[in-house]
Ligand binder design. Structure first.
Ligand code: ADP
Length: 536
């Protein structure tokens, strides 16, 4: 700092002595020194007019000619937000003689903003009174600092959220467990009226579903973190997916909210027919996450969902929405809700259950499927979630009628011979009960080898429900060998499907489709209806 001050003083002195003639040899050397340093040097009078700026500073300010900077107010180059601080800094330099290392943002002629660290020296030599500034470009350092700060804050926030998540998780697990264990115990008591029994069983069922959902979400989050969550796009009929969702959710909303919340159906399903290249399971999961939230956070009014079909017709992106008239979201929470474990906890509002995973999973799934997701919302008025996919993933045919059929024709099961390969007795009893209700004939194989032997011996088997993990011969092997014998016999795998890649392995083994355990009756019958046809 002192050296630069001496150089500047000498220069000013030489310049003063040689006002009209060329600057002397010594002065020109000093000037060369000042011009070639990688530090900005500026001299102003006490009024702030620039008397001199070296080439480095001119470069920083994106000016080519010294005339464009000399004679200007130095303040002109300071960012407006920093002007007041800069004036205080300069006043202190005039009063105290020196001010060191303050950071200010400057705005160059090309509007680029940069951070400079400034020192200021008051000079009252023979050359006259002036202020000398030394400026160091710290933009890069500032950028790194800001990134580090953001990363640190994010890590701290993430750690805080993780801790809150673990505390919350215990609550989320214990609440349904409490119901399951409590009502199971009650069921064992004597003389419970039938109506009460049904109510208890319903509680147990619902709590089981809540637990299962939580386990699925945790597995999905773990897969996402390890980069193992994969999607497989196939051509799907969009109308039938939306119809299915509509029929299950109108029922669910009615049960949970009575007449207080209505599911608006208008426009939910496209008028024409759209085939969408997507992963049907994951596509449905995005909708169910958003719809479950809409139900959770809406006590009165309406919920609607569907496809913005017109945008697709116009060749834009294929857009979907889920909208509600519920509690809504503040501006601040709108982005944060897509973060892992983020849950809005407001003691003044009622307590809402949830682990804060659904939207993170939805966001990841939408992005894996090549789209994006966002929300528009206002506190107290409701929220509208949107997600969209590239139009290239959709095939639209307007002339065809949409597929409206979502009813299952249970007569398809009458007199059909279904082989259930299952080593767990309890799982077999469940499937046996379900299938026999609709007059199917059920045959039991306890392992893959038995299943193979039965298929070879009995050519009238119509379909196989194949467990994968079985003793003696597993489901993969049995499927391969059965398909060698009877390639057209439909085989549906039934699996716990938790491990990455299992789905692919099942399909590669030759299975026509698969069902995830626990198997819901509706999913079983829907899938069976794709492979079995009613006799008449
Ligand atoms: P959670 O299991 O807690 O619902 P999500 O990831 O699905 O987890 O949602 C994160 C948070 O976003 C929720 O805790 C809730 O505060 C807010 N949120 C999500 N959907 C809605 C909605 N439709 N209306 C209002 N708030 C919502």
């Amino acid at each position: 700092l002192i050296i630069i001050q001496v150089v500047l003083n000498c220069l000013l002195l030489f310049a003063k002595e040689n006002k009209t003639t060329m600057v002397s040899f010594k002065a020109s050397q000093l000037l060369a020194l000042l011009e070639n340093t990688d530090t900005g040097l500026i001299v102003t009078d006490f009024g702030g007019k620039v008397l001199y700026a070296n080439e480095y500073f001119m470069d920083l300010m994106a000016v080519a000619d010294s005339k464009d900077i000399e004679g200007t107010d130095f303040e002109k180059w300071i960012s407006k937000d920093h002007l007041a601080d800069f004036r205080t800094f300069t006043a202190a330099a005039i009063e105290l003689g020196v001010r060191k290392n303050s950071e200010f943002y400057f705005v160059a002629a090309d509007k680029k903003t940069m951070a400079l660290e400034i020192c200021s020296l008051r000079s009252t030599s023979e050359a006259g009174t002036c202020l000398q500034y030394i400026a160091r470009d710290i933009s890069r350092q500032k950028l790194i600092e800001n990134r580090l700060r953001e990363a640190k804050e994010k890590a701290e926030e993430s750690n805080k959220l993780k801790t809150a998540f673990l505390a919350n998780l215990s609550h989320e697990v214990r609440t349904p467990m409490n119901a399951i264990m409590g009502f199971s115990e009650l069921l064992l008591s004597d003389n419970i009226p039938q109506a009460h029994k049904e109510k208890y069983i319903n509680y147990i069922n619902n709590s089981g579903a809540v637990l299962l959902n939580l386990i699925d979400d945790i597995i999905d989050i773990a897969k996402m973190q390890s980069g193992q969550l994969a999607v497989k796009k196939i051509s799907c009929d969009l109308s039938s997916i939306l119809y299915d969702l509509h029929s299950s959710y109108s029922q669910l909303i009615k049960t949970q909210k009575g007449d207080n919340v209505k599911l608006m159906s208008e426009g939910a399903v496209p008028r024409g027919r759209i085939k969408l290249m997507t992963d049907p399971l994951r596509f449905r999961q995005i909708f169910t996450n958003l719809l479950n939230n809409a139900i959770k956070y809406t006590d009165t009014g309406s919920i609607s969902f569907g496809c913005n079909y017109d945008a697709a017709i116009e060749g834009k992106r294929l857009q979907f929405y889920v909208s509600d008239t519920g509690i809504g979201l503040s501006q601040e929470n709108k982005d944060a809700i897509f973060d892992r474990f983020y849950k809005i906890e407001d003691d003044k509002l009622k307590f809402y259950r949830g682990a804060g995973l659904g939207l993170t999973i939805s966001k990841n799934l939408v992005s894996l499927l090549g789209g994006n997701i966002w929300v528009e919302s206002e506190v107290g008025k409701g929220s509208r979630f949107y997600f969209q996919f590239p139009i290239e993933d959709a095939f639209i045919s307007i002339s065809e009628r949409p597929e409206t059929k979502s009813e299952i024709d249970y007569s398809m099961l009458e007199n059909k011979k279904i082989l259930v390969a299952e080593d767990e007795e309890i799982n077999f009893i469940y499937l046996d009960e379900l299938l026999k209700r609709y007059k199917a004939e059920v045959i039991h194989a306890r392992n893959g080898q038995e299943a193979l032997d039965i298929v070879i011996a009995d050519s009238s088997i119509d379909l196989v429900l194949m467990d994968i993990k079985m003793p003696v011969m597993d489901g993969y092997e049995a499927t391969r060998l059965i398909k060698d014998q009877r390639p057209s016999l439909p085989i549906i795998a039934q699996t716990a499907y938790a491990l990455a890649g299992e789905k692919d392995k099942i399909i590669q083994a030759g299975c026509d489709d698969y069902l995830s355990k626990p198997i819901k009756p509706i999913s079983l019958f829907k899938l069976l209806s794709q492979f079995l046809v009613a006799a008449n």
